[in-house]
Ligand binder design. Sequence first.
Ligand SMILES: [Zn+2]
Length: 313
Amino acid sequence: MDAVRELSATLGYAENALNRMAELRDKPDALAALQALNEARAIVLAGDIPILKRHGDAFDALFSFDEAHALGHARECVFLGHDGARPIFGLALEVPEPETHQGRDDLLVIDARSIAVQALLPPKWLGPLGEAKSLLYWHRRHRFCAVCGQATEMKSGGWKRVCPSCEAEHFPRTDPVAIMMAVRQDKCVLGRQSRFPPGMYSCLAGFIEPGETIENAVRRELFEEAGIKTGAVRYLASQPWPFPGSMMIGCIAEALDDELVIDGEELEDARWFSRDEVVLMLKGEHPDGLLAPQPIAIANAIMRAWAFDGENV
Ligand SMILES: [Zn+2]
């Protein structure tokens, strides 16, 4: 299956060529046979932190099961999919403290954000890494039945948990987040939160709530955070964001006037930026040192699409 080069496919954690082979998930014998193959590989996490193999200056996310088991007992092993050459699993170590595995010359214990920002792995392995991280995080945080409180059991190669008491099924969460840039004529609104690095401005964002369309969530967030009255909304791209399990849905929205009312809680500041200013931020050449988010983030892609490629509502 050839990857379509849509905007989403160019984003960090988005490229994922694994065939998930969902038809095998409820065949435990078939999954066990795949795991027993010599060529089977596992992406290993200690808590939320991936462990990479180090070969000089190169890094590799794939451990043989012998190598993975040498790191410690597995608490959970989930089936991520097949890369065409071998089955790929995600493995959570029983001892979740990443410090346990630090200090070895043949390993690098490092957070998933740094792996993407520093390009430590080929882009095609960031997707499976995020898949493993989000799925194993969900298992760690959903051990008990939300209906009756009984401890649940992992099933379907890690793609659900089942309660032995009330038989409720629980499925991995993906939390949708709308992230958007309001535009009007030749300018756009960007904002900053106090936790951002100094000088960085980005798109506004917020979780989509029950009962909302993506478009309604965009309009609500823009009004709540910045007092922007919004007309049309257009979808641009999406990005799986494994911190811990979000789906970023990137949009461009039409601001109906120039008014801004900053809420002061979620946002420290927001203002209008000209297209020329956004271009300078993306190039790292803004005269006041203002910065765009890192290229792995969908906010950067939305800004580029509008500033460089003429994308609009
Ligand atoms: Zn239950």
